[in-house]
Design a protein around this ligand. Structure first.
Ligand code: ADP
Ligand code: F6P
Length: 498
């Protein structure tokens, strides 16, 4: 077995097994923010990515993707049901997103979660060379750091959570809360999107495990685990370059024509998920149409909603409700050849997404809760003419960075309508000023800056960062995790205090 000095471990590989329209099997880029963030980063780095290829049954052998080795972990139909759809996406996902849907608790799901995490830990232990850096990603794999440390104490282990980490009142509902916390503490560095999440984690560790913890470091056994906030980002330069391509600009012009040359285009691009606030947004839009604040002849809404986790009951119900509502709104307000909403559930390649971003005068990103939301960042990166209004939920992690967006509370229907009206009616000067500030922020705080700040903190004194990327950029200031005091044999309690 070939081994690597950098191993990335995530539930999904960056490509997954899907059906082409003609029924043939094809590989395509996996959906979601995690792959969008990490795939450009690792390109041409001698690394191994350990993950699941999206199907069930024996693990397929995949070719390297952009020079990165793919190491597949197999999931059986039962693992898929109980680990991925069950514990990960029907227990943890809703709980971590403010319980906007009710989390379910089943002992069988927990057993599957432990079993699948152990399988990922064992696969990783095989492909990591001695002393390698291993970077474990997201809520599907919270036990892996602890399990891996037990198998391979020589490794330097990082864990990063892409989704929100909830306040103690919510997390305490989990029957196996202590095991989940202990699993994460197997890492040397635990990273979150927001400082508040690191704070929640420290509080829980103190309360549940009775360990000494601050918002920066936690003492466990004879080790110190560092924690901190590292807001994830995108490949800003790549998205800007794509959006500036003449063929993409031409495609955007063509899209506008195809939409009937409206005065304004509103765009939303979401995974079809109840956390994304799609229903609330449709309701706000429909009320604006009803009052005449928005007119179908002037304005169109393009809603891209890519189906996700389609066998989970809550997602099936959501899709039915959204499609019923889109049908109702089009039936009530559309005209022949002029629908009020253009509704698309297809995957798009990056160039088509960039063209969609370019055509959008207003981008509505209004999740009820979101760890980060990379779509909002992609839109800003694609606005190469410094125009376009971003309507953004206060409850997206992105809002902490893109504070010049038109911020709204998506739970407040009147506020949402007001925000949408404000974004549609904003003066070009106001729009440009805001967009310039957001673009300047993202040029500095891109995916490489994120990785550098995280890996620097994890791989103290190592060469990993220089190997990852040669481009320079400054890491997120508030995202730095200070080095701990030298342990020098002092007890963990002393190391953790202060
Ligand atoms: P999440 O991780 O919850 O899915 P993010 O907004 O952080 O949400 O990331 C979503 C990613 O998926 C973005 O990079 C976006 O471009 C991509 N994406 C969303 N919808 C589509 C689609 N229909 N086709 C292709 N990519 C999509
Ligand atoms: O960003 C959150 C996340 O759950 C990622 O971990 C995941 O890759 C993405 O959303 C898409 O979800 P899924 O892998 O369930 O399709």
């Amino acid at each position: 077995m070939r081994q690597s000095s950098l191993v990335l471990v995530a539930n999904r590989l960056p490509i997954d097994d899907s059906q082409a329209p003609d029924g043939a099997c094809e590989w395509r880029r996996s959906p979601g923010g995690l792959v969008s963030a990490l795939h450009p980063l690792l390109r041409h780095t001698p690394a191994t990515w350990v993950g699941w290829a999206g199907g069930t049954g024996p693990a397929p052998t995949l070719p390297d993707v952009d020079g990165v080795r793919m190491h597949t972990v197999a999931l059986s139909a039962e693992d898929l049901r109980d680990h991925y759809e069950g514990f990960a996406n029907a227990t943890l996902w809703p709980l971590y997103h403010d319980s906007v849907e009710q989390p379910e608790h089943h002992r069988r799901w927990w057993e599957a979660y432990q079993r699948v995490n152990q399988r990922f830990a064992e696969a990783t232990a095989q492909v990591a060379e001695p002393g390698a850096v291993v970077w474990v990603q997201d809520y599907h794999l919270q036990l892996v750091p602890g399990q891996l440390r037990a198998l391979r104490p020589d490794l330097r282990i990082g864990f990063f959570l892409h989704v929100p980490f909830p306040p103690p009142e919510l997390f305490m509902q989990l029957p196996r809360r202590a095991e989940l916390l202990r699993g994460m503490l197997g890492a040397d560095l635990v990273g979150f999107q927001r400082a508040q999440a690191a704070h929640n984690f420290a509080q829980l560790v103190t309360r549940v495990l009775e360990l000494p913890a601050t918002d920066r470091r936690i003492g466990i056994d004879d080790r110190v685990v560092r924690i901190g906030a590292f807001p994830v980002s995108i490949d800003t330069a790549e998205m800007s370059a794509l959006a500036a391509r003449p063929d993409v600009a031409a495609r955007a012009r063509r899209l506008r024509q195809d939409l009937g040359d409206p005065r304004q285009v509103i765009l939303s691009v979401d995974r079809m998920d109840y956390t994304k606030g799609i229903e609330q947004r449709l309701k706000a839009y429909s009320e604006l149409l009803a009052t005449g604040d928005v007119k179908v002849r002037d304005t169109v809404l393009v809603q891209v909603a890519m189906p996700s986790r389609e066998r989970v009951g809550q997602y099936q119900i959501l899709r039915e409700r959204i499609e019923r509502e889109v049908g109702r709104i089009n039936g009530e307000f559309g005209r022949v050849g002029e629908p009020a909403i253009h509704y698309l559930t297809q995957p798009f390649d990056r160039a088509e997404l960039a063209a969609l971003y370019r055509v959008a005068d207003v981008m509505a990103v209004t999740p009820l809760r979101d760890g980060m939301n990379l779509v909002a960042k992609e839109y800003v990166a694609a606005r190469v003419d410094d125009d376009g209004a971003l309507l953004l939920s206060e409850f997206a992690g992105t809002a902490a960075e893109l504070s010049q967006a038109y911020l709204v509370n998506p739970h407040d229907l009147e506020g949402l309508k007001q925000g949408l009206r404000a974004a549609l009616r904003a003066s070009p000067d106001d729009v440009t000023q805001r967009m310039r500030a957001m673009r300047a922020h993202l040029q500095q705080h891109d995916i490489r800056a994120w990785a550098r700040s995280y890996l620097r903190a994890l791989d103290e004194g190592g060469t990993l960062v220089s190997r990852l990327s040669s481009t320079d950029g400054s890491p997120e200031d508030g995202a730095r995790v200070p080095r701990p005091a030298t342990p020098a044999g002092s007890p963990a309690a002393q190391q953790a205090s202060g």
